[in-house]
Write a protein that binds this ligand. Sequence first.
Ligand SMILES: *Cc1c(COP(=O)(O)O)cnc(C)c1O
Length: 400
Amino acid sequence: MAQTKRTIYVDNAATTAMCDDAIAAMTPYLKEVYGNPSSLHTAGQVAKEALERARAAIAAHLNADAGEIYFTSGGSEADNQALRSAAVNGLKRGKKHIITTAFEHHAVLHTLKKLEREGFDVTYLDVHENGIVTPEQVANAIRPDSALVTIMFANNEIGTIQPIAEIGAICREKKVVFHTDAVQAVGHVPIDVKAMNIDMLSMSAHKFHGAKGVGALYVRRGVPLNTFIDGGAQEKGRRAGTENLAGIAAFAAALDYACKNMESNAKRLSALRDRIIKGLSAIPHSKLNGDATTRLPSILNMCFEGIEGESLLLLLDDKGICASSGSACTSGSLDPSHVLLALGLPHEVAHGSLRISLSEDNTDEDADYIIAAVKEVVKYLREMSPVWEALEKGEKPHLL
Ligand SMILES: *Cc1c(COP(=O)(O)O)cnc(C)c1O
């Protein structure tokens, strides 16, 4: 399809464009340094050194040790490996209880559903209307047979940040393995796995301007990690397969770049985010989803009563705006987002959601264009909506 005259990409929680540093870091490994890191000859050893340099650089940004980083094909694989490993190792000690929240990413939720079918008992903590789970909820849910707590660092649909350090402290005290899906947080907010008492942490390079198809799992030394893909001895035997060295080099460079610019980006993006929230809040019967301040600088999510999120997205796309109704994984299905339902929003309202996720490429001008476009499209959709007509006539009560 031909590109429209103007494209404003605000779906950076789904994926990002690679940054120049990441592309530059990747390029040599596509053609010049193409050895297999497992080969004993010079070409292989040069590749091996590059692999270990990238691992050390990534570890340093999390205050982890290089030996605690295991590369994967992305965030989904890291989540799958972490959860399966912690569950199976818990079971060896007679523990079959897992604690999570109702608004995790599907990579976590679907893995847990399978584990339930295999006999594990999963507690899904309610998230409050503000999209934040409390440390007390976690403490109260822990049982003597709890094997694992898995709670995401920042939510991918609404952007709220969880009290990870407090939850980590509780889990460490109760000796329960603590995993966090930090795919939306890494490169966006500061993370210190030691200070936060994190045992396992998932990350994915394409959410911070690295390449798609590469991620990693941090596993604290002493926490057992089972093999996820059988074959060669790569990743200390935990994940076989020739390493995606170009992607891994780009991963390290993208994380360097993201961390170097984290403070200035956070400042600029939160101002941009709040400008859009303010502008869109002027739309009657609208609502910001999730806490207004304890959130990623880059993500906002709003509901507009009386419209369908899908129609909103299509009309915004016509205006050159690439946004989302929530998770990329659920678009195409007509069910409202499980995240918005977990916040307690009624189905009718959860249907009319819009997620805008910014990157450093977005400008004030983009923000103002988005505000004007959303206002116009919401007005247009409401004018032809029978649901809206019923609301306006007072036949049904407004929910927002
Ligand atoms: C994108 C995302 C994932 C999946 O990562 P992939 O690298 O695309 O597999 C997992 N969890 C969260 C919170 C995400 O945003």
